[in-house]
Design a protein around this ligand. Structure first.
Ligand code: GLN
Length: 234
């Protein structure tokens, strides 16, 4: 796949990649090849002006510890609660989970689902599989799983976007979900040249950026009117 043909966002769309641990570079490259801009996020001030944040794969316990050491958990939660799109991949998905199957140590706890860490790891450490992701169209998506979690169950507001057919148990495992502007997948979309999932996330980021600037414009009109009214009253 030709990466340049993929470019369709403007470079004033700024996406952060949490850069405490894990696969940061590949996500930055995916963002850049879609035409948007990328910034590594290591401290609270790096969150300012972002239209979205990606939490990469790596090791979720380490990412969780570093999030608290760098005092980033609360600022990220505040931004997400204000509507900023956040996308977690693999360990990033784990950091977003509200509930864990084997304990209750949620990290950011922003998305309503139950996760099982290293779920596929007991069968096979890493593998690739073609999965169907209907929101991306009909073409199958080649997903790279590395010591991946799966999602055991989702809450009412969480939509399942993709499953993987687990032949050993003859059932479907949930591997990609969204909840409003929040997105999570159990595999590594940054490790292929197929950037449809990044594009899907960047669409959310662009929509949020546009909604903010509309609100901003609305606010300006309102404050100008107020100034006018005050001037007439005075
Ligand atoms: N198994 C890792 C964890 O629990 C996730 C692996 C990954 O991000 N590739 O954090």
């Amino acid at each position: 796949m030709n990466k340049i043909i993929n470019a369709s966002f403007s470079n004033d769309l700024l996406i952060g990649v949490l850069a405490l641990q894990g696969g940061v570079m590949e996500h930055k490259e995916a963002i850049l090849s879609l035409g948007a801009s990328a910034r590594e996020v290591k401290r609270e001030s790096d969150l300012e002006g972002l239209s979205g944040l990606i939490i990469p794969g790596g090791e979720s316990t380490t990412i969780g510890k570093l999030l608290s050491i760098y005092s980033l958990s609360d600022p990220i939660k505040a931004k997400a609660n204000a509507g900023m799109p956040v996308f977690g991949t693999c360990a990033g998905l784990i950091t977003l989970a509200k509930n864990f199957k084997d304990n209750d140590d949620s990290i950011l706890g922003l998305m309503d689902f139950v996760v099982l860490r290293n779920a596929f790891g007991r069968q096979v450490d890493s593998f690739e599989a073609d999965i169907k992701v209907p929101v991306l169209g009909d073409d199958p998506y080649r997903a790279v799983f590395i010591r991946a979690p799966w999602i055991e169950s989702v809450g009412d507001g969480t939509r399942v976007l993709a499953t993987y057919k687990d032949d050993s148990y003859d059932c479907d495992r949930i591997v990609m979900v969204e909840q409003g502007s929040l997105l999570a997948c159990a595999f590594h979309p940054e490790l292929t040249d197929d950037f449809r999932i990044h594009r899907y996330f960047l669409d959310k980021a662009r929509a949020w950026k546009e909604s903010l600037s509309k609100k901003g414009e609305g606010q300006d009109e309102w404050s100008l009117e107020m100034v006018d009214d005050q001037a007439q009253e005075g």
